[in-house]
Design a protein around this ligand. Structure first.
Ligand code: ASP
Length: 420
């Protein structure tokens, strides 16, 4: 997943995945497709299990290391507030854009779910503020973690990470270096699992095609269209507006200065792998100081994922709609809020966004629905190109945050010209 532009094309994961997608569909459509599926279908389930296995430790270490890396002290506290404010606002706008597009496109309507005779699932939505608090604030962290209550886990990790930033240097250092080390180990494990992506994608797509034929593709295409438009709106309209109105920065100059990290993000599908290029570019081309960029960018890479927030929102509602569930306003509000939290919890590696979609499905009460699992599998099999786009949006939002916070901190010379 590391950025290695000189590797031959067939060694690059995105090409391998695209080939696996074509093979999965091709073999699935052949007369003996079912027979092959009977032999290799379990590989897709295994791949999904591996992804689910890493959610909890990855989310915990990713959030704590992201938030706690902020450092401490008064100036840092002030910058922390501004940065977090920007991150929350931009991700919320992203999730709302996702919501709007979902309502316009209704991608899940008519999805060919297998008829089991069971009625459509009732979505669980908190009916009062107290109910909502009870789904987010844990009374026992360990129960929450072992019960897969990811919203509670995320809440605890954010406040724990913030508390760590207030400690004196010695204990703060000890905790951050330990969590950082654990996070790196989790990233290494995740990277290893993601290397299996082409095999997983082949098996998952084969299962999708042999079970529902190509019938699910029109719905999947609508999901792709909804998500793609949401990402485009956020990239081309919302973020430029934030840049311009919050910092008087020229969006055109900013995007031109950021061209290289955007391409790297697109080709690696990983904000973390892109981080070194992002940091270098934001300092040298965008012109943000080391102080602000080394604060905003590493935290942003793990915590601020606007593209992922769009996807969580469209994706989770797509699944609920495909199952025939009744999606009311309450559900939509919960999905937006949990999409925000899930995007904070997603690690900056390929496909992490789709992994944390289980957080939202859990929050609306369909986390264990077997049909929902099949739809997630179908979405996973076509996720790579979408992941490439949302990662570029994630990285772009981080660089916008650096420019905006730099301006708010009184820095001059940010994006004054396009630097070659
Ligand atoms: N791949 C994305 C990133 O690294 C996360 C996601 O899957 O949404 O930013």
């Amino acid at each position: 997943m590391e950025y290695a532009p000189d590797r031959p094309w067939y060694m690059r994961l995105h090409w391998q995945v695209l080939i696996a997608m074509a093979l999965g569909i091709g073999v699935g459509l052949l007369p003996g497709g079912e027979v092959v599926e009977a032999y290799v279908g379990w590989v897709g389930s295994l791949f999904m299990r591996l992804l689910k296995m890493i959610i909890l430790p990855l989310v915990i270490t990713s959030i704590v290391s992201g938030v706690a890396s902020a450092g401490s002290g008064r100036t840092v506290g002030r910058m922390f507030g501004k940065t977090l404010g920007y991150y929350m606002a931009s991700s919320l706008l992203a999730a709302l854009t996702g919501l709007l597009l979902f309502n316009l496109i209704n991608p899940g309507r008519g999805y060919p779910v297998t008829d089991t005779g069971a009625p459509p699932p009732e979505l669980a939505t908190p009916s009062s503020i107290e109910d909502l608090i009870n789904t987010i604030v844990p009374d026992n962290f360990f129960n929450a973690a072992s019960g897969g209550e990811m919203l509670m886990v995320i809440f605890f990790c954010i406040v724990f990470g913030a508390a760590v930033t207030t400690l004196p240097e010695s204990p703060r250092e000890k905790i951050t270096s330990l969590v950082d080390a654990l996070f790196k180990a989790m990233m290494a494990l995740t990277t290893g699992i993601i290397k299996l992506l082409p095999i997983g994608v082949f098996a998952l797509l084969l299962t999708t095609v042999t079970t529902t034929g190509l019938e699910s593709f029109p719905n999947l295409a609508k999901y792709v269209a909804g998500l793609g438009s949401g990402l485009a709106i956020h990239f081309f309209i919302t973020l430029p507006l934030l840049l311009y109105f919050w910092a008087r920065v020229s969006p055109w100059k900013h995007v031109m200065n950021m061209r290289e990290p955007l391409l790297v993000a697109f080709s690696t599908s990983s904000s973390a792998a892109t981080l070194p290029v992002t940091m270098k570019t934001v300092r040298e081309r965008v012109g943000v100081s080391r102080r602000v960029s080394s604060f905003t960018l590493p935290m942003g890479a793990t915590v601020n994922m606007d593209g992922t927030a769009v996807m969580e929102c469209v994706g989770a509602l797509f699944i609920a709609q495909a199952l025939g569930a009744d999606i009311g306003v309450g559900t939509q509000i919960i999905v937006v809020l949990t999409a925000l939290l899930a995007s904070i919890g997603a690690a900056a590696v390929p496909s992490a966004g789709l992994v944390v979609i289980f957080i939202i499905l859990g929050a609306i009460g369909i986390g264990d629905n077997p049909q929902a699992m099949l739809i997630v599998a179908a979405m996973l099999s076509i996720d790579r190109p979408l992941d490439m786009c949302r990662t570029a949006v994630n990285v772009y939002s981080d660089s916008c945050a650096a420019a905006v916070v730099g301006k708010w901190e009184g820095e001059e010379g940010i994006d004054e010209e396009i630097r070659m």
